[in-house]
Write a protein that binds this ligand. Structure first.
Ligand code: PBG
Length: 325
């Protein structure tokens, strides 16, 4: 009855478990996504994401400072324009006075190179129809017309001081177009964090509230089908060939196999995005007393790292980084 081989031996004290831990999470692994809104005079908590805010410029600066002090690896900014400022082509996206570009300039002035400033490079926050691109006469998202808008948006974000651009619209050729556009204007040091394998996910739900999205319908003609794995490998390879400096898989928790595959094929750093709905699920269950928020946050992030992500975007970034310190 008595086994000779006892794996439990290495689990018997906290010190032993720490000694043999294969994966450790560090503050710099985590990137905090942040929302900055135009035309509000106090930060607004996003009701489906308790603890996450649409920031004013003032509260954005404070929260960014807190995150940097906690040691996070970077910040990913999303702009929330006033509803009246949205239009069919997302003019606010490449306007130097648009909310996101102003916020990037503000944080770039405050923080300089002390953190990595990233920007969501996508039109959906800025279009009145809520799609990630421009729509043709038949209501379809027009890939190539959208690329021109992405290039213009990228140049505005580079001028505003973003270190890394995060094209998240899943248009074909977006990385190559943005790279060429940046290089032609001398922004050779502005990098691209490509949302390479981004799936059409029900877990984006709370994000739609976070950015006041006006989307009717879905994004299934451009984001990937949850059923597909090989397709993700193709998207990742293409983005690397087109010049992506980093590639991202999104969402994270339901796609850990894709994160693992990405880590195996990519010769650039792999990031994963623990998205709004993933944050909200943990937060809601913890509010009901069903799970332990701190433990669940840490476990989920450790699992994403174990799957192969070097970098994790997460709304838990500041609180977890603070605890890891
Ligand atoms: C597109 C974008 C989205 C997210 C990041 N960039 C929304 C979408 O694709 O529908 C989702 C992030 C999250 O859910 O936390 N601009």
């Amino acid at each position: 009855m008595a086994p000779t081989i006892r794996p439990r031996r290495l689990r018997s004290t906290p010190a032993l478990r720490r000694l043999v831990a294969e994966t450790t999470l560090a503050p710099q692994d985590l990137v905090l996504p942040m929302f900055v809104a135009d035309g509000i005079d106090a930060p607004r908590e996003i009701s489906s994401m308790p603890g996450v805010y649409q920031h004013t410029f003032d509260s954005l600066r404070t929260a960014a400072d807190d995150a940097v002090r906690a040691g996070v690896g970077g910040l990913m900014l999303f702009g929330v324009p006033a509803p009246d400022d949205k239009d069919a082509v997302g003019s606010g996206a490449d306007d130097d006075e648009g909310v996101l570009n102003r916020a990037l300039r503000t944080l770039s002035d405050d923080l300089g190179d002390s953190t990595v400033l990233m920007a969501d490079t996508c039109l959906d926050e800025f279009t009145d129809h809520g799609h990630c691109g421009v729509v043709d006469g038949r209501g379809r998202v027009d890939n190539d017309a959208t690329l021109e808008r992405y290039v213009s948006m990228s140049l505005a974000q580079a001028r505003a001081g973003a270190h890394l651009l995060g094209p998240s619209g899943m248009m074909d050729g977006q990385v190559a177009a943005i790279r060429a556009g940046l290089d032609a204007e001398g922004f050779t040091d502005t990098g691209i964090l490509a949302y390479a394998a981004k799936y059409a996910s029900a877990f984006y739900g709370p994000f739609r509230e976070a950015v006041g999205s006006s989307l009717q319908g879905d994004r299934r003609t451009y984001q990937q089908d949850a059923a597909n794995r090989i397709e993700a490998m193709r998207e990742i390879r293409l983005d690397i060939e087109e010049g992506a400096d980093l590639v991202m898989v999104k969402p994270a928790m339901s796609y850990l196999d894709i994160v693992r595959d990405a880590a195996e094929i990519a010769d650039v750093p792999v990031a994963a995005y623990q998205i709004s709905g993933e944050y909200s699920m943990i937060t809601a269950a913890a509010e009901r007393g069903w799970i332990d928020r701190d433990a669940a946050a840490l476990e989920s992030l450790t699992s994403i790292k174990r799957a192969g992500a070097l970098i994790i975007l997460s709304y838990f970034a500041t609180e977890v980084a603070t605890r890891l310190r």
